[in-house]
Design a protein around this ligand. Structure first.
Ligand SMILES: [Zn+2]
Ligand SMILES: [Zn+2]
Length: 257
C-alpha cells in the first residue's frame, strides 16, 4: 500500500485467520531485504510468535531489526500500550478463534495559548511550553496567574475503535462509547443474519446498531463477503440505522476527525 516503512513501528493483529495475518511474514521479510534497522513491535495472539519464529528459522532469516512480540489475551479488555500521545487497549470480540479489537485513544492534547492574556501579563517565551501542559504562571512579584486565565482548552482528544472480526456484540458498546471513528466489520447484509451469527460475523445493520448505540462519530464498514459485488445496498441498510456510515477499502487512508 506504499506506506513508508519508517512510518510503521507497531503492528496490531486481531486474530489468526489467514485474511488478517498471512501477509505479515512477507512484509517482515521485505523490510529485512530493504535493510530496515528500526525496531518493530507486534501485538498479536500468542501463537503467532511461534509461527513467525518457525517461518524465519526455516528460511534461514535473521532479521536486521529488533522485533518485540507482545502476546494478547482475548478474555478481558487490557491496556496494551501507554505512549505519551496515546493509549491502546484491546476489545474482546466474539469470533470463531480468540479475537481482539483495538481501541486507540489520544491523550488530552496540549492546551492552546491565549495570546491576549499572555501579552497582558507579559509571560516570557520560555514559560509558554509549561503553560500548554497546564502549569500556572508565577510573576516575578510572586503573584500566581492561574493557567485557565492564560490558556484555552485544546482540541478534543480523538479515538479510533477497530472491531473485526466479530459477531454482534453489545458488550462492546460501553468500551467504545463516543469514539470519533469506529471500524466495524459488516461481512453480510441483514438477510443473512443467521449465517453471520453462525460464522462469528456481523451484518451491516448490526454494525450500524453498535455505532448508533455507542454514539460514535462515524462508522467505517469493511470486511465484506466476496458474494457482494455492489456495496450500495449494504451501505443503504447501514445508513438507515446510522447515517454517518461509509464503505472503506483496504489500503486507503482515512482521517480520524
Ligand atoms: Zn476471522
Ligand atoms: Zn476476517
Amino acid at each position: 500500500y506504499k506506506i513508508p516503512m519508517g512510518h510503521i513501528n507497531r503492528i496490531f493483529i486481531s486474530h489468526l485467520h489467514g485474511d488478517h495475518f498471512f501477509g505479515l511474514i512477507g512484509l517482515l521479510s521485505t523490510w529485512h531485504l530493504l535493510r530496515r534497522v528500526q525496531a518493530l513491535d507486534i501485538y498479536a495472539p500468542a501463537p503467532l510468535e511461534h509461527i513467525l519464529k518457525l517461518q524465519l528459522e526455516a528460511s534461514g532469516t535473521e532479521l536486521n531489526y529488533p522485533l518485540t512480540f507482545y502476546p494478547l489475551s482475548a478474555e478481558i479488555p487490557q491496556l496494551i500500550l501507554d505512549h505519551p500521545q496515546l493509549e491502546v487497549s484491546t476489545l474482546p470480540l466474539i469470533h470463531r478463534v480468540p479475537t481482539t479489537g483495538f481501541l486507540f485513544k489520544e491523550k488530552q492534547p496540549p492546551r492552546r495559548i491565549n495570546p491576549q492574556t499572555i501579552q497582558h501579563y507579559g509571560v516570557p517565551f520560555q514559560a509558554i511550553e509549561s503553560l500548554r501542559m497546564g502549569a500556572d504562571f508565577t510573576e516575578p512579584s510572586g503573584k500566581v496567574i492561574p493557567n485557565a486565565e492564560l490558556t484555552l482548552p485544546g482540541p478534543e482528544s480523538r479515538s479510533y475503535a477497530y472491531c473485526s472480526d466479530t459477531a454482534y456484540n453489545e458488550s462492546l458498546i460501553p468500551l467504545i462509547a463516543g469514539s470519533t471513528v469506529l471500524y466495524h466489520e459488516a461481512t453480510f447484509m441483514h438477510d443473512r443474519a443467521s449465517s453471520a451469527a453462525e460464522k462469528g460475523h456481523s451484518t451491516s445493520v448490526q454494525a450500524a446498531t453498535i455505532a448508533s448505540k455507542a454514539k460514535v462519530g462515524r462508522l467505517l464498514l469493511g470486511h465484506f463477503s466476496a458474494r457482494y459485488e455492489e456495496m450500495g445496498p449494504l451501505l443503504e441498510e447501514a445508513q438507515s440505522i446510522f447515517k454517518e456510515s461509509v464503505i472503506v477499502e483496504d489500503g486507503i487512508t482515512y482521517n480520524i476527525q
